[in-house]
Design a protein around this ligand. Structure first.
Ligand code: NDP
Ligand code: HSE
Length: 436
């Protein structure tokens, strides 16, 4: 059978990995796919750089639309990134009857509903394994491997840049800016690193996982997003003393009122495997009613790990493109007309436990006033730690871990505690998850 023909829109970090791995493993891949997968065209504005990567193994063009217009191309791989041009190109490729593979989580988290509907109308596939957790086959797990389950929650370290930053800051005592530059040099960080450090990239991925896990449309605009830029070294240290590590988690959880969809720095017990995921590695935990807790671990970014996921999609499409479109695995795991409008709950309805750090005057009755507010707010304390004051110092830190409560209740209590004259600085509050 003649090889399936592929064109790459964009050949940078991920695109060059796709070229390299496809070439290196072509025989093995062909044995799996049932026919060859041939990269015949690539596009990039810097033609010289593109030629440097592919030599004379593929045609190089500056205009990505030359690939979409080419009737020989069966699969278009979008690896440019961003929302605007990428959206136009993906929709044009679909309209031209091409199957699409993309690693672009931003695009799908924001425009996924439109793109999947267009693909369905045209009878083509849009595959996106690389869009969440890079080389970890988490989309495959959620869409196929766990299909028997009612999924209860998904929680993951799904941004390598921030995990790398948090690990290096803790282990080596390095400054945030220094570690961020290194993450960019290593190719983990997005072109605009604000997306990484402000939690936006993780929220794109959590949005996609929430849709796959619960059969809801992608709703990035409903996600609660907090990054790591305000995190202080003192809290990383106190958390360690209490047996926790701070990780930027993307969480999607089913609860009575709807679905929680949130990204924020989170205390996780140090004894959990996921708390020990270091550097740029990613890990995703999925809890299903039948399977229990599962954990998926691996490289979430980088040239070849991401290429591994892109090529897995190419193989899937090669195997399935002649199948009846109705018989293919649905884009979002559930049949499109079975997606439910289950609401994403507002952050003040989220149920979680908390870490609080209060800088207080070191005097009688301070702790009693704080604990009274918590008790009157029906918030139960799990642990308390008070730093011993240094000689001559008249303030200290009180750290409180709470049991689970509704976030709105905690926010109201925080307002009351902050108003105490003995509380000397803005209270730090972080969410804590046991992930048991
Ligand atoms: P890069 O910036 O390394 O590559 C983007 C490529 O697109 C470059 O080759 C660029 O070349 C090309 N490009 C940009 N604009 C155009 C245009 N108008 N026409 C043609 N080509 C264009 O990005 P990555 O490879 O890192 O990322 C690609 C996608 O994969 C993104 O969506 C990213 O979020 C996602 N991703 C990346 C991961 C990673 O580890 N890097 C991991 C998982 C997902 P030129 O400027 O010369 O045109
Ligand atoms: N910037 C992303 C990260 C790349 O750091 O995880 C992978 O999506």
């Amino acid at each position: 059978m003649k090889p399936i023909k592929v064109g790459l829109l964009g050949i940078g970090t991920v695109g060059s990995g796709v070229f390299e791995v496809l070439r290196r493993n072509q025989e093995e891949i062909k044995r799996r796919a049932g026919r060859g997968i041939e990269l015949v065209m690539v596009s990039r504005r810097d033609l010289a750089k593109a030629r440097e990567i592919v030599g004379d193994h593929a045609q190089v063009v500056a205009d990505p639309r030359d690939i979409i217009r080419n009737p020989e191309i069966d699969i278009v791989v979008e690896l440019i990134g961003g929302y605007t041009l990428a959206r136009e190109l993906v929709l044009e490729a679909i309209a031209a009857g091409k199957h699409v593979v993309t690693a672009n989580k931003a695009l799908l988290a924001v425009h996924g509903t439109e793109i999947f509907a267009a693909a369905r109308d045209r009878g083509v596939m849009v595959a996106f394994e690389a869009a969440v957790a890079g080389g970890i086959p988490i989309i495959k797990a959620l869409r196929e491997g766990l299909t028997a389950n009612q999924i209860q929650w998904v929680a993951g370290i799904i941004n390598g840049t921030t995990n790398f930053i948090l690990s290096e800051m803790r282990d080596k005592g390095l400054d945030f800016e220094v570690v961020l530059k290194e993450a960019q040099r290593l190719g983990y960080a997005e072109a605009d690193p604000t997306f990484d450090i402000e939690g936006v990239d993780a929220a794109h991925k959590a949005t996609l996982m929430s849709a796959l896990a619960f059969g809801i449309p992608v709703q990035f605009d409903r996600a609660h997003v907090e990054g790591i830029t305000k995190l202080q070294a003192a809290d990383i240290r106190y958390a360690e003393q209490l047996g926790y590590r701070i990780k930027l988690l993307g969480i999607a959880r089913r609860q009575a009122a709807g679905i929680e969809l949130r990204v924020h720095p989170t205390l996780v017990p140090s004894k959990r495997l996921i708390a020990n995921v270091e550097g740029a590695m990613n890990a995703v935990m999925v809890q299903g009613d039948a399977v229990g807790t599962t954990l998926y671990y691996g490289k979430g970014a980088g040239s070849e790990p991401t290429a591994s996921a892109v090529i897995a999609d190419l193989v899937d499409i090669t195997r399935l493109h002649t199948a009846d479109p109705e018989q293919r695995v649905p884009h979002l795991a559930f049949q499109p007309d079975e997606l439910h409008a289950t609401p994403i709950v507002a952050i003040d309805q989220v149920v979680t436990s908390f870490y609080l750090r209060l800088q207080v005057a070191d005097q009688k009755g301070v702790l009693a006033a704080i604990t009274r507010i918590l008790a009157e707010s029906d918030i139960s304390i799990d642990a308390v730690l008070q730093r011993e004051s240094a000689e001559g110092e008249n303030s200290t830190d009180v750290i409180i871990l709470t049991h689970e409560t509704v976030e709105g209740r905690m926010r109201a209590a925080l307002v009351q505690m902050q108003a105490l004259p003995t509380v000397l600085a803005p209270i730090v509050s972080l969410r804590k998850e046991e992930l048991a």
